[in-house]
Design a protein around this ligand. Structure first.
Ligand code: SAH
Ligand code: SF4
Length: 353
């Protein structure tokens, strides 16, 4: 084994140069993946946690240059699902599929006031499951209100730590403000999820190494990486799509440096590569977020084109996933899959549930 991989496996600490080396093409892709797979097995075991994703509104006040939901995209049928129907969708997903976590995701849609969101959170928490939100930038008070209503986790990707690249692709937004949201999420007592887009124009391997070091510094609990998939109705329509193998390498190195966190095999990975989620599961990932939004709405939640499985019913999506997970000797997690901070296998230092 290469000495840098051995060091990462043993100490879970690398310098920026060492990370850049692992993200480059010097070491074989398979070698980096297999070491991440070993560390994943050692720290979080063989369970794959399934989080049922409900995309409850595609209305967004922001204008991110990569995203099909951006406000300037007029070529999209906008929808929002009313609170009662969201709770009903979650109830069906939990009762029919036995999911242990529900993830609510949307554009930044101001219709969903704190009161409405807390009503939804309370309704879903009655089902006895963990609840993750992915609804964008809010104030500390709002994050605290969601936590008090029962929310457990929050996903907010920083997208990139290169502030110049961020400013170019997220007009009207501020990198510092987004980073401060991550601090506030932690203050509010929510598990903090973040991550990056891989393939933004101007992004470098060095800046991806900075992303991983940033996530280690903030001690993120969950990290998801999406290779950029250019959307035809956005300013990035003509840029090359993100590099699948690079996205997997970033994810694998993340597993080496933050060994006990939750890492999804993302839908964008599966969309870019037919076997992408399986490859990700064997390169450090331990989470999948099957879409349980009803099929009618799903086609309009087009962050990027070709989103994998958009035509499947929730049951069909779920059944296919279970087959995939079992075919590689893994099993579907039976608990809520909170991050458990570990020094080494079996030694829990904190446990939230
Ligand atoms: N509005 C919320 C949540 C929905 S967007 C937010 O922005 O945080 C969720 C994620 O979709 C974004 O963080 C971004 O990383 C990803 N995304 C958007 N457009 C994409 C594209 N074209 N290709 C791949 N991922 C994309
Ligand atoms: Fe809105 Fe999120 Fe898309 Fe940005 S990435 S336009 S905030 S939905």
């Amino acid at each position: 084994m290469h000495s840098i991989l051995a060091k990462a496996m043993e100490t879970h600490t690398l310098s920026k140069n060492e990370i850049v080396f692992l993200l480059g093409n010097t070491l074989p892709f398979e070698e980096v993946c297999s070491v991440a797979d070993i560390v994943r097995h050692q720290y979080v075991g063989d369970a794959v946690h399934l989080r049922g994703l409900i995309e409850f509104s595609n209305i967004c006040k922001n204008n991110c240059c990569y995203c099909g939901l951006r406000r300037d995209n007029k070529n999209i049928e906008r929808y929002r699902i009313e609170p009662e129907e969201i709770i009903q969708m979650a109830t069906t997903a939990v009762q029919e599929l036995g999911l242990k976590t529900i993830v609510l995701q949307s554009g930044e849609d101001m219709y969903f006031t704190t009161d409405k969101l807390c009503f939804i959170i309370q309704g879903i928490k009655k089902l006895g499951v963990a609840l993750t939100l992915s609804i964008g930038e809010k104030t500390l008070e709002e994050y605290q209100a969601y936590r008090n209503a029962g929310a457990d986790r929050f996903l907010l990707r920083i997208e990139t730590t290169d502030k110049e690249v961020y400013a170019r692709h997220d007009p009207g937004m501020s990198w510092e403000k987004r980073a401060n949201c991550l601090t506030n999420l932690r203050k509010a007592g929510l598990e903090v999820g973040s991550g990056s887009l891989i393939g933004l124009p101007g992004q470098t391997v060095e800046s991806l190494a900075d992303d991983i070091l940033f996530f280690k510094e903030i001690d993120a609990d969950m990290l998801g990486y999406g290779p950029l998939i250019p959307h035809p109705d956005t300013p990035l329509k003509d840029v090359p799509k993100g590099d699948f193998e690079l996205a997997i390498r970033v994810m694998a190195v993340t597993r080496l440096l933050l060994p006990d966190i939750n890492i999804p095999a993302t839908t964008a990975m599966e969309t870019l590569c037919p076997d992408g989620q399986r490859i990700a599961l064997q390169a450090g990932a331990n989470v999948i977020m099957p879409n349980v939004t009803l099929t009618d709405y799903r086609k309009n939640y087009e962050l990027y084109p070709g989103k994998s499985n958009t035509g499947y019913t929730p049951k069909k999506t779920y059944d296919e996933l279970v087959k995939k997970i079992e075919s590689i000797g893994r099993y579907v997690g039976t608990d809520s899959g909170f991050r458990v901070k570990r020094q080494a296998i079996g030694e829990d230092t904190t446990c939230r549930m």
